[in-house]
Design a protein. Structure first.
Length: 63
């Protein structure tokens, strides 16, 4: 299971990040970047639907 801090870090560097409806409708600020608010994130599965979360997270650790 990923932590919110991990989801924030990954979203800030992910080229596939797309703001979800909550941000687009103004319920959240645009600077509230997190995988949790991305169109490609499944809250039910706690995972990226594009299956890139783990590789993005590993790449963060190597920079």
């Amino acid at each position: 299971m990923s932590s919110e801090q991990q989801r924030i870090s990954v979203a800030q560097s992910c080229s596939k990040y797309e703001p979800g409806e909550a941000i687009l409708r103004g319920f959240l600020a645009e600077e509230d970047i997190s995988c949790s608010y991305c169109e490609h994130w499944s809250n039910e599965k706690d995972d990226c639907l594009l299956d890139i979360f783990d590789s993005q997270l590993v790449n963060l650790d190597q920079t």
